[in-house]
Structure formats: C-alpha cells, structure tokens
Write a new protein. Structure first.
Length: 145
C-alpha cells in the first residue's frame, strides 16, 4: 500500500469516527427531550450513516460497509455515554461538560453498559447491520462513473 492509499484510508477512518460522534450527539437530543430511551432510533441513524459513508467517505463495497458499521457502533456508544453523563449531571447538579470530565470514559462506558437493556442491544445490532448493508450495496444503476 502506498502512502496515498494509506492516507486515504486514515482520512476515511477519521471521517467515519466524526460521522459516528455527530450521529450519537443528534440521537441523544430526542432522548433527553422525551426523557426515555429510544433505541429504535438506531435504525434511521444506521441507514443515514450508511448513506453518508457510501456517498461521501468511500464508494460502495466491503470497505464502505465496514466503515459504516464502525460509524453506527460509534454513534450508539457515544449516545449511551452522553446519556449517562447527562444523568450524572442532573443528579449531581453539574454541567454536562463537568460531568464528562469528572466521570471519565471508563465510568461512562460502564454506566452505559449497565443502563442498556438486552432489547436495546438488539436494536443497536440491527442498526449497525443496516448501516453496513446500506453502505455496502451498489446502486441499482451500478457504480457511479
């Protein structure tokens, strides 16, 4: 692999991470507004991430499918961590940023894991699969020229 291809994949990985973080933050907003979990939002989030990766990050195929699955996984993890941080902030009277810094990544991941029901994990898995399927399949007219 030459330097240009390596840089291209590195930039695609960075773009995928940023798309996943943005989707997770947007996903958290209706959850906080309605004050209840909305794991079914993994489906539209996964579909949108798959479309975004396929059209803006990598062309359709296996690489795009893997990147889209990674973006959807990142979105689900980040949304769960932000939700846990928002709960800590509300209980402790802290701001969200203070709660994020005080709790740290390890505690937020643990709280996110404890706060998810098995059905939530199933929704996330379906959303991740939908993202991979959406990004990996070719358009009906074939690949873009």
């Amino acid at each position: 692999m030459n330097a240009r291809a390596a840089f291209s994949w590195l930039f695609a990985l960075f773009s995928t991470a940023m798309l996943g973080l943005a989707a997770g933050a947007v996903w958290m907003v209706p959850m906080l507004y309605l004050q209840r979990p909305l794991p079914w939002l993994a489906l539209p989030a996964g579909w949108l991430l798959g479309k975004a990766v396929r059209h803006w990050v990598r062309p359709a195929g296996t690489g795009a499918a893997l990147l889209a699955a990674l973006a959807a996984l990142t979105a689900a993890l980040y949304m769960s961590m932000l939700t846990a941080a928002a709960r800590i902030a509300g209980l402790m009277g802290l701001g969200l940023v203070d709660a994020l810094h005080t709790a740290g990544v390890a505690l937020l991941l643990q709280l996110a894991r404890l706060g998810n029901a098995p059905a939530d994990s199933a929704w996330y898995a379906i959303g991740i699969g939908l993202a991979a399927l959406t990004a990996g399949r070719l358009d009906r007219n074939g690949p873009a020229a």
